[in-house]
Design a protein around this ligand. Structure first.
Ligand SMILES: C[C@@](CO)(OP(=O)(O)O)[C@H](O)COP(=O)(O)OP(=O)(O)OC[C@H]1O[C@@H](n2ccc(N)nc2=O)[C@H](O)[C@@H]1O
Ligand SMILES: Nc1ncnc2c1ncn2[C@@H]1O[C@H](COP(=O)(O)OP(=O)(O)O)[C@@H](O)[C@H]1O
Length: 278
């Protein structure tokens, strides 16, 4: 039986940018949770690595060698001197370059699967360092639970009091490059701009500091937020990560599903997904 691992969508319920480090990366303070919708990976023993990509968003991905799944797999084999090889299949259900960390979630799911399948005792510090080397969002996706994420993504504190929230994810099918959005903030290395989140902050009263630069890159994000706003039962709507996916948090599953049906009918080209976050 092949081993299966889910790579759930990462949602930044809040994302405050505190400043820019001398090395150019941005210091963040973010409340991160995970949605029910996920990519699905399977692993079968083989003589060498291979990756087959299927599913609704397979076409959005380039050649397999650049895929974060294979980078994570090869990184794991090298770091832990593990000689096992796998035929990996990736069912891509999450839109690519969309602020919900699909590639990071896939890389993290690969690391979790290989840790489970390995005969060795895997050192968690080394695994976290490998995750961070693959991308700023990979450590939080490796943890895969609601948490407060700080630094550039390496400092993670679990949040145990976030109850599951009915939600709708909406993506206008416009890819947005993360580096371009951070660049539009126009911070200089060493700049400090905002204070961090308050302890125990309610995500509803927080913000995403990447929304204004993302809107400048992809104005359609304004339409996505407008489509979510003023829906019956909406608690709040916001963009996730560097966009363009936005989420609405709703009072119940029934109102979330009704909103998803209405938005999907009004915008047939968009990806609209009722789900639960947290
Ligand atoms: C913005 C966030 C919020 O969770 O999510 P996404 O929009 O990607 O989902 C993440 O910080 C994205 O993490 P990730 O997508 O893994 O970023 P990386 O591949 O490491 O970096 C892509 C580029 O983004 C910029 N970058 C990323 C993270 C960070 N804290 N500061 C940055 O300045 C850098 O220009 C970097 O070259
Ligand atoms: N398995 C993967 N899934 C998605 N994107 C991937 C993957 N492997 C590599 N990438 C590359 O990573 C980039 C960022 O993708 P993704 O993680 O989906 O963005 P975001 O974090 O903004 O949602 C894409 O442009 C894509 O080419």
């Amino acid at each position: 039986m092949p081993h299966t691992e889910l790579a759930r969508a990462k949602i930044n319920l809040a994302l405050h940018v505190l400043g820019r480090r001398p090395d150019g990366y941005h210091e963040l303070d973010s409340i991160v949770a995970f949605a029910g919708i996920a990519d699905r990976l399977t692993f079968e023993r083989a003589d060498d690595w291979s990756l087959d990509i299927a599913g609704p968003f397979a076409a959005g991905l380039g050649g397999a060698p650049d895929n974060l799944v294979l980078k994570a797999a090869r990184g794991f084999a090298q770091t832990f001197a593990d000689e096992a090889r796998y035929r990996i299949t990736l069912e891509k259900h999450l839109p690519v370059a969309s602020g919900i960390g699909g590639g990071s979630a896939d890389a993290a799911a690969t690391l979790r699967a290989l840790r489970t399948l390995s005969a060795e005792n895997i050192d968690s510090g080394k695994l976290s360092a490998l995750a961070a080397s693959l991308g700023a969002d990979v450590p939080v996706c490796l943890v895969g639970r609601s948490c407060r994420m700080r630094g550039i993504g390496e400092r993670i504190d679990l949040l145990n009091d976030l109850t599951p929230m009915p939600a709708v994810l909406v993506n206008p099918r416009r890819e947005v490059a993360t580096a371009q959005v951070f660049a539009k903030l126009a911070l200089k290395p060493g700049d400090k701009v905002f204070a961090g989140l308050e302890e125990g902050a309610d995500p509803a009263s927080c913000r995403n500091d990447l929304s204004p630069p993302a809107l400048a890159v992809a104005p359609v994000i304004g339409e996505v937020i407008a489509a979510l706003q003023n829906r019956a039962g909406l608690r709040f709507a916001r963009m996730s990560g560097s966009g363009a996916t936005c989420f609405g948090i709703f009072a119940s599953t029934a109102v979330a599903e009704a909103a998803a049906r209405d938005i999907a009918a009004a915008y047939p080209g968009w990806w609209v997904m009722p789900t639960v976050i947290g």
